[in-house]
Write a protein that binds this ligand. Structure first.
Ligand code: COA
Length: 315
């Protein structure tokens, strides 16, 4: 078995084709089972989404037997003032090889100065989860992936919503801070907990500054009571594109929750996503029962589950 490392694998057409063939057989490709494309098309979309990652390729018996993709997390690194990275995917034909690949990535990251490494596996991918545990990773969050392809009629009744105005900004940031008292980083003893508490208000600020494609607010007079952000992006498939819409972030001020505002936002999101994307995706931590209930009530269906892990590589 030989290991080969590469940061420009995506530019190498021959290598890209070889990797594509391996990913066609990978059982955990995003958007699988939704009738959105063949295994080849979904593998192509997955491969393209990994283009910016570094790669370790394991070869043996004249073929690729495993792949480990990993990358920096610049947004999180700025938030926590610590260099952070993540393992984007481990594809291996045996549990031992999964362990070997995880160990190699951890070694590379450590020597490059990465101090915090995240990883995510699918619920049934126990060999990768066990490889991460053997390397010292700790579980930090589980998430459910939900999807919807049904469209909502443009004439559907939504209820009153306002466009974002800069004068709402401070109140909205405060709602984000109060509605999300914890994040997946809140149980991490190595990270600054003040920064962990501001994660969602920073996320909202970036959304308001242009990252989100659709922003709506509910107000009482001039007082904002909650917000909704949606985004869309393109997955490249051979000779076609899949436009994915995401219900990115929404929150209602705690004292106004349970009065139907979340449902109103969810329907507004549905209407915008229907007009602007083919498949709608939501990623919700498994223990957040209210947003899960809201998502199911507007037609989302369960697709898959993810387990999030973290490893501290610092002193
Ligand atoms: C998620 C959130 C936006 C929902 O807003 P809301 O105004 O409280 O939602 P609504 O009142 O419209 O609907 C809440 C639904 O959850 C249901 N619900 C409440 N508690 C529940 C529980 N423990 N388990 C299951 N369902 C529950 C309610 O019955 C209601 O559904 P129904 O209308 O079918 O009866 C709001 O709770 C919030 O800001 N939470 C914190 C931030 C967050 O988690 N955001 C979502 C992630 S992006």
């Amino acid at each position: 078995m030989t290991l080969q490392e590469s940061s420009n694998w995506f530019q190498n057409g021959e290598m890209r084709q070889e990797i594509l063939r391996v990913l066609v057989g990978y059982p955990y490709k995003p958007y699988r089972g939704l009738g959105l494309g063949t295994d080849e098309m979904l593998a192509h979309a997955f491969l393209t989404s990994l283009a910016g990652s570094r790669l370790v390729v394991a070869r043996g018996q004249g073929r690729i037997r495993g792949l480990a993709f990993y990358q920096d997390l610049p947004w999180e690194s700025r938030l926590f003032r610590v260099r952070m990275g993540k393992i984007s995917a481990i594809v291996a034909d045996s549990p031992d090889l999964a362990s070997h690949l995880v160990g190699t990535v951890v070694g590379n990251c450590r020597s490059e100065g990465v101090r915090h490494l995240s990883a995510e596996t699918e619920f049934p991918d126990l060999p990768t989860a066990h490889a991460l545990e053997r390397a010292g990773f700790r579980l930090d969050e589980t998430r459910l992936i939900l999807y919807r392809t049904e469209k909502l009629s443009p004439e559907a009744e939504i209820g009153e919503l306002q466009d974002y105005r800069p004068s709402y900004r401070q109140d909205l940031l405060e709602i984000a801070r109060r509605s999300f008292p914890t994040s997946r980083y809140s149980t991490d003893p190595h990270l600054d907990q003040r920064a962990a508490r501001t994660l969602y208000s920073k996320w909202l600020a970036d959304g308001l500054d242009g990252r989100a494609d659709f922003v709506k607010v509910v107000t009482d007079g001039d007082k904002p009571l909650g917000f909704l952000l949606c985004r869309k992006f393109v997955e490249e498939m051979p000779e076609s594109q899949l436009v994915v819409g995401v219900q990115d972030l929404m929150a209602v001020a705690p004292e106004h929750q349970g009065q139907g505002l979340g449902q109103r936002f969810a329907r507004a999101a549905w209407q915008w996503l229907s007009a602007n994307s083919t498949v709608h995706v939501a990623r919700i931590p498994s223990d957040r029962f209210v947003p899960l209930a809201v998502a199911v009530s507007v037609g989302y269906r369960f697709h898959s589950g993810k387990v999030g892990f973290r490893l501290w590589l610092g002193d």
